[in-house]
Design a protein around this ligand. Structure first.
Ligand SMILES: Nc1ncnc2c1ncn2[C@@H]1O[C@H](COP(=O)(O)OP(=O)(O)O)[C@@H](O)[C@H]1O
Ligand SMILES: [Mg+2]
Length: 317
């Protein structure tokens, strides 16, 4: 399946005021601007609907994602949790346009579907999406600074004064100033992770995917990174989706999604670290209520609606 067709399962709706458009870039990502019309109303920065992903075939096939419908809300910091192997990385890769879905079940409004060609997707990713990979994915032959500047290099331009100031500030916050001339193999895991974070945030992308960004950091630097991400969404309106196994990390998020066996199993608004730790014990589902519900009480309409919204299908919006 080519990327263009794969796009049928993905709506990568990017937002911006247009001022980020670079010389010569306008025509190229016009299709992205078109999508804004259909997705602004939804307030979503990225969305997949009825997404299925299977690795391999026949007996050895693994269904990594099973009919997942979820949107990442614009300007929100969303945490994605779930057991190892539940499909978190696969979901983020597909939402970021780095991987293609296997199949998409029916039920998607045709007007919402836009397939982007390879080139459009590449340019879109470079300009609008930042990705912090679990395995860092730094270029081994480039030093730390070269890696941080790579998105600009690939875009054929130099950082503007504002962007240079932003990079300086990231380097400062992440404490990698003394390591800028070192190559990845000369850096510890935590230092490589910080370089990867600086690289992902350097262009101030509208949408940032972070796969366990604090997994290799000590708790003090982990907190700094989480502050950085939550400030980015709160003050700069960036949309952030972060996979984490850490209840404290997830407590920085506005919303906590849980995956289980390739499905969205729970969708919670902001929770404290203690609450999240408790939810993790049950795979994301709230503990069963201890008080029995009144037997024949009529259900008020509003309660019925909010009960529905608490179901996994509520993850869509
Ligand atoms: N490239 C791949 N080839 C085969 N199976 C894969 C591949 N990537 C992931 N999987 C499988 O898909 C499932 C979901 O993986 P993943 O998305 O990495 O989960 P998570 O990030 O939640 O740990 C797992 O069963 C995993 O083994
Ligand atoms: Mg993973």
């Amino acid at each position: 399946m080519g990327r263009g067709r794969g796009g049928e399962g993905i709506i990568l709706a990017m937002y911006g005021d247009g001022s980020r458009e670079r010389r010569g870039g306008r025509g190229r990502i016009l299709s992205v601007e078109d999508m804004e019309i259909t997705t602004t109303d939804l307030g979503l920065a990225a969305r997949v609907q009825h997404l299925t992903k299977t690795y391999g075939s026949g007996e050895g096939a693994v269904r990594a994602l099973d009919d997942v419908s979820v949107g990442i809300r614009r300007g929100q910091f969303t945490a994605i949790m779930g057991a190892s192997g539940s499909g978190k990385s696969t979901l983020m890769h597909i939402m970021a346009g780095l991987d293609t879905p296997t199949g998409v079940r029916a039920g998607i409004g045709a007007t919402e579907i836009t397939g982007l060609g390879d080139l459009d997707l590449t340019i879109l990713r470079r300009r609008r999406v930042g990705f912090i990979f679990q395995a860092f994915n730094l270029v081994p032959t480039l030093d730390a600074l070269g890696n941080i500047l790579l998105p600009f290099e690939l875009d054929g331009r130099r950082p503007s004064a504002i962007e240079r100031a932003r990079i300086d500030s990231l380097v400062e916050i992440l404490g990698i100033g003394p390591r800028l001339r070192h190559r990845p193999h000369q850096l510890s895991g935590g230092q490589q992770q910080r370089v990867a974070i600086a690289r992902a945030l350097a262009t101030a992308p509208d949408l940032v995917f972070a796969d366990e960004p604090t997994g290799n950091l000590d708790s003090a630097s982990g907190r700094e990174v989480l502050q950085l991400l939550s400030t980015a969404s709160r003050e700069q309106g960036q949309s952030i989706a972060m996979v984490t196994h850490d209840a404290v990390a997830a407590s920085y998020a506005d919303r906590v999604l849980f995956l289980g066996d390739g499905r969205i199993v729970a969708d919670h608004p902001r929770r404290t670290a203690d609450e999240i730790a408790t939810l993790m014990l049950s795979g994301g589902a709230p503990a069963p209520a201890t008080a029995p519900a009144p037997a024949a009480a009529p259900v008020p309409a509003a309660a019925a609606v909010s009960a529905t919204a608490a179901q996994p299908s509520g993850a869509l919006a």
